[in-house]
Design a binder for this molecule. Structure first.
Ligand code: MOS
Length: 732
């Protein structure tokens, strides 16, 4: 099905199942331990052996020699794979560094060997006996040190200019110019990257934990020089992805190589301390923002430049993209700078681009509003734009930022805020309120599905879509139930298998809208097949109560499949509506914090997100997405930071003891409000993404609340107590 005209009324609009807060259909499987995660396919391979990966101990240089003798003779060892004996490998397109390194080393903890043994403990013990002799070379490990030399955009990109920023800025009545930094961050999914691989001849099956089944399959085939048809990838349950599992990683490649060498199925889970440096991370940024306004606070000039670093072949963190669209202003300049760093690869993590970009921009807006003598909510409203500032002909499909801000301000009691910082106390706590806008683009991706109707009237949906804890199973079941007029318990959803039609996958908050739209397309076909079979007019018939109806005539759905299951397949292919209209999602985040007067400890006391993000397919799973994202925002604001050893080039705090993320005690009651926001430009579902939106802006709202509480402005994330102490009032 081609989607190239705005959606009109369709069966989804009945909202009998869609739009209701149904519990997760996969919940019972998960709470009873019967949903199999990547490391848990015990029955599929009773003779499985265990792999343990050795990571490089240097960040850049060369392996002179590897001595495997002691490891090979260790108890239980079946095989050891290194670049020397792995055979010729191809290179995937989506990883900057090789997934099996050697002899050249491109980053710290790059996989250089996998030891296979009868048990996990034997593999781990033998891995410790692998002796590697390195020649270390100098590398570049500090973004701040490299920054001055990086003065032009990355290859193939250019700065975006509209009007004349420099002149307009210098002529502005109110001028603001500041630089913000965000640190390297790690996804830290609860489930480690893990894979089990088994060969049958030259056919490879990999059970893994991956957000994008078809990307994974393609990249595995390329890396192992197999034809795609010979690779099957399964990932039906995923214990958190956060962008860290968008791409093929070493666990899957090395499980396949190890299984080939050991002639047995092999499973590998990356040990926790390996994950931060072996996989990808969110790269650090240095962001300069300049804003000029007239006397009344109207923006006349706005500029956002962002520096990040990466390995050769890696991409920049696109931290300026929201600044191109969020506020009006006739004169604009945005640009990216990319330094070469020899740290592990930087890549997508939790709303890449906007999440770190808004961490800077939305503090800057708070600062310029104060400088212009305006309330920060009113400043944002004044500078709203309903069109793409780069092309005023091009409107937003839906844009309710003002409504989000107004609703949130009213609900949160924003009028109680004292614009003068450091005035409000509650015992030892200095109390402050902060606000930020949330923005995340809405992307759409082609997505296919197959649906079956059997003689029992059960509808089965198959698509390679993944559920990374987001609720895909549930909203897909709701979509099929709505389209066919059956209750949820008559729908079976099967996901995460490359034998199923290729879906949008889970990434960039495109999954929910795109994958359900693909299921919608397949269900339209199934409705036609049922109607034709039973002699009904497919365009006029209604599907309700497990029946097809037209006028006085009706027949049970199951009758259509009485002499055999009906199976159809279709996909949604998006035309250019997303080019004609700018499709984005909007939020307003409000936060109250308390900062301890003596210690500088920040506690978040209240959080509210008001979101306008298309039709909400399931308010319960969507709310869970948003409160999870708000929690990530607390992490980014107050805790999360990979500490870089800039001498040796690695992330030092590479486990969950040293890399801090929020726990329950850090998070207060969170409130989420969804505005009615059906968007006929986005898909027949009229939905959009909401998961990443929930994170975008939160951290700045927290930093702004800390400023309001203390009068101390921190522009260097995370906002830890050491950065506040000096500026706090003296405690007597
Ligand atoms: Mo997302 S960071 O595209 O999984």
């Amino acid at each position: 099905m081609k989607f190239d005209n705005p959606a009109t009324e369709n069966p989804i609009d009945q909202l009998k199942v869609i739009g209701h807060p149904h519990d997760r259909v996969d919940g019972p499987l998960k709470t009873t331990g019967s949903a199999h995660y990547a490391y848990e396919w015990h029955k599929e391979a009773p003779d499985v052996a265990y792999g343990y990966i050795v990571g490089s101990a240097i960040a850049r240089g060369r392996i002179n020699a590897i001595d495997l003798r002691a490891a090979k003779n260790a108890p239980g060892v079946l095989a050891i794979v290194t670049a020397d004996n792995a055979g010729r490998l191809g290179k995937g397109e989506m990883n900057a560094a090789k997934l099996l390194g050697g002899p050249d080393i491109e980053h710290y903890h790059q996989a250089i060997a996998v030891v296979v043994a009868e048990t996990f403990e034997q593999a781990r013990a033998a891995a410790a006996l692998v002796e590697v002799h390195y020649r270390r070379e100098r590398g570049a490990y500090s973004l701040a040190a490299e920054k001055p030399a990086v003065t032009t955009p990355p290859k193939g990109e250019s700065d975006k200019t509209i009007g004349d920023f420099a002149s307009a800025f210098s002529a502005s009545a109110v001028q603001f110019d500041a630089t913000y930094t965000t640190p390297d961050q790690s996804h830290m999914a609860m489930e480690p990257h893990a894979s089990m691989a088994a060969w049958q001849g030259d056919k490879l099956t990999v059970w893994t934990s991956n957000q994008m089944i078809d990307w994974c399959r393609n990249e595995l085939a390329k890396t192992l020089k197999l034809s795609k048809e010979n690779v099957r990838v399964m990932s039906p349950y995923i214990g958190g992805g956060f962008g860290g599992k968008l791409f093929l990683r070493s666990d899957a490649v090395l499980a396949a190589l190890a299984a080939r060498a050991a002639k047995r199925p092999v499973k590998i889970a990356l040990q926790r301390p390996l994950i931060a440096n072996n996989t990808t991370h969110r790269p650090a940024t240095i962001q300069r923002i300049r804003i000029g306004t007239d006397q009344n606070g109207q923006i006349s000039a706005i500029s956002h430049e962002s520096w990040s670093g990466n390995l050769p072949g890696g991409t920049p963190e696109t931290a300026v993209q929201q600044t191109e669209l969020l506020y009006a202003g006739a004169n604009r300049l945005t640009g990216l700078r990319l330094a070469r760093l020899d740290l592990p690869e930087g890549n997508a993590m939790r709303a890449p681009g906007e999440a770190p970009g808004l961490m800077a921009l939305e503090i800057a807006i708070d600062e310029i509003a104060e400088k212009a003598g305006m309330d920060p909510v009113e400043f944002r409203i004044l500078n709203d734009t309903q069109v793409d500032p780069a092309n005023p002909e091009r409107h937003f499909s839906r844009r309710q930022l003002i409504e989000c801000l107004r609703k949130g301000a009213e609900q949160f009691g924003w009028s109680q805020r004292n614009p003068q910082p450091a005035q409000l106390h509650d015992g030892r706590w200095m109390v402050g309120l902060g606000v930020a806008a949330g923005f995340r683009n809405n992307l759409v991706m082609q997505s296919a599905a197959r649906v079956h109707l059997n003689a029992d009237g059960v509808v089965t949906v198959e698509t390679d879509m993944t559920d990374i804890g987001t609720g895909s199973y549930t909203i897909i079941a709701q979509t099929a139930a709505e389209m066919l007029g059956v209750p949820l318990d008559k729908v079976v959803v099967r996901l995460g298998d490359s034998d199923f039609p290729v879906s949008a996958g889970s990434g960039g908050q495109w999954g929910a809208n795109s994958s359900t739209a693909g299921v919608y397309a397949a269900c339209v076909k199934l409705r036609e097949a049922v109607a034709n079979k039973l002699g009904f007019d497919p365009d006029e018939s209604l599907f309700a109560d497990q029946q097809i109806r037209l006028g006085d005539r009706h027949a049970p759905l199951s009758e259509a499949a009485a002499d055999g299951t009906i199976s159809v397949e279709d996909s949604i292919e998006f035309g250019d509506l997303d080019k004609q209209y700018q499709q984005s999602t909007f939020a307003a985040h409000f936060v109250e914090v308390g900062v301890d007067r003596a210690t500088g400890e920040t506690r978040v006391r209240r959080m509210l997100a008001v979101c306008a993000a298309g039709r909400i397919l399931n308010p319960k799973t969507a709310r869970s997405q948003v409160i999870g994202a708000m929690t990530m925002g607390v992490g980014a604001a107050l805790m999360e930071e990979l500490a870089v050893d800039t001498r040796l080039g690695f992330f030092v705090n590479h486990d969950l003891a040293g890399y801090e993320v929020p726990v329950h005690a850090d998070i207060p009651e969170q409130e989420v409000i969804f505005l009615e926001d059906n968007d006929p430009m986005s898909s027949p579902m009229k939905a959009k993404g909401v998961g990443e939106l929930g994170l975008c802006g939160v951290s700045a709202a927290i930093a702004n609340a800390v400023y309001n509480a203390t009068g101390v402005r921190v522009r260097d994330y995370p906002v830890t107590l050491d950065k506040l102490l000096e500026g706090l009032p003296t405690v007597i």
